[in-house]
Design a protein around this ligand. Structure first.
Ligand code: FE2
Length: 371
């Protein structure tokens, strides 16, 4: 099947990230955290002042990244119950599509569960068509058809621009991939879901012989759209001597959900320096990792002592190399976190780093007494 035929027959062949919506306990404070720590700017707002009575939503942007931070104003609606059960976390990984009705129809044909049938909303900025389907846990995907919509994010929102001048701009660019943790033995079924519903194919897979340390283990497979714009790695726990970090996530999140969002940068050293200045905390990496690094990855543009000082990880594949580092969890529960990633040719997800990473995650788990 050539690309043009594929694009015509699959309404999800030409897609991109639209926004990621977090449900949180206090959107006002969470929005301030993502602005001050990660350098986002607020661009739009919805709440009682704009005629929305039951919630507040802050829309934050940075280059091509867009987050929506939402909390409930009610004691017991779906948002409040989501936060009570899961803590702060990712609710919606929204995808921009050319035709939301066609995307939804394909998802229904693929036996996805419907959350909201296609609906239109319009205001002076134009019209948006949306539809929402369920994925793992209580996470959803909204298909967003924008048709050149020129208003503030979506009907119901007003433009509300605000930035924090004291926060350093880290130059975060766009989402590279968004990872889901699912329960024991569920990885293949969710990989099949993205193949069946989205028409995705499998990019890579790892099993517990690749990704295990003395204590933790997991299995992972990466599903991607034909253009490699939207990539969804799916993890499930595997048996180790002690509790897998995926299992710890499932316990604290009370089920499947988004584990991390990987964000691309063009200059990881400058990005990490700005984020650290803003107070972002990263996972540490054992010093021994850097003793073996030059031998493992060969010649790279960056000085090894610059990477060691910042605890940046490096991995190489046939096509090039990549640099990555992981933040600590973004809320008190050890659930969702960010990865900062710079690619220099490599399409890898850092398989060679998993072992080094897990050793450092286990050091954090041990501090929490959950190993
Ligand atoms: Fe990742």
């Amino acid at each position: 099947m050539n690309t043009s035929t594929e694009t015509r027959s699959n309404p999800l062949a030409r897609i991109d990230w639209d926004y990621v919506e977090f449900y949180v306990g206090n959107a006002k404070q969470a929005a301030h955290y993502y602005m001050s720590a990660f350098g986002f700017e607020q661009v739009a707002y919805a709440g009682p002042e704009t005629g929305i009575k039951d919630r507040c939503s802050y829309v934050l942007e940075q280059n091509k990244l867009r987050f929506v931070i939402t909390s409930s104003l009610l004691p017991d609606d779906a948002i409040a119950r989501h936060v009570a059960l899961h803590g702060d976390g990712v609710k919606d990984i929204a995808i921009v599509v050319d035709d939301a009705r066609a995307a939804y129809a394909q998802a229904m044909a693929g036996k996805a569960a419907s959350v909201a049938a296609p609906s239109e909303a319009s205001d002076a900025g134009g019209r948006i068509v949306r539809a929402t389907i369920a994925t793992y846990g209580e996470t959803v995907h909204t298909f967003v058809q924008r048709d050149g919509y020129a208003g503030a994010f979506m009907p119901g929102f007003v433009e509300a621009r605000r930035s924090l001048p004291g926060s350093k701009k880290p130059g975060l660019q766009f989402i590279d991939h968004c990872v889901g943790n699912v329960g024991w033995g569920e990885m293949d079924a969710w990989g099949d879901f993205y193949a069946r519903v989205f028409g995705f194919s499998q990019l890579v897979s790892f099993d517990d012989t690749d990704i295990s340390t003395e204590y933790t283990a997991l299995k992972s497979k990466v599903m991607t759209d034909p253009r490699h714009q939207v990539k969804f790695p799916i993890n499930e726990p595997a048996t180790g001597k002690k509790k897998s970090q995926i299992e710890e996530y499932l316990d604290f999140y009370r089920g499947s959900g988004v584990q991390h969002i990987a964000i691309r940068t063009d200059d990881i050293v400058a990005t990490i320096d700005a984020l650290r200045y803003n107070g972002v905390e990263f996972l540490d990496t054992p010093d021994s990792y850097y003793d073996m690094l030059a031998e493992r990855v060969g010649k790279i543009d960056e000085a090894f002592d610059v990477l060691r000082e910042r605890r940046i990880l490096v991995d190489r594949d046939d096509l090039g190399y990549m640099l990555q580092i992981f933040t600590k969890p973004l809320q008190d529960r050890p659930t969702v976190f960010f990865e900062i990633i710079q690619r220099k040719g490599s399409l890898s997800f850092g398989k060679g780093n998993f072992k080094a990473l897990f050793v450092s995650i286990e050091q954090e788990q041990a501090k929490r007494g959950t190993l």
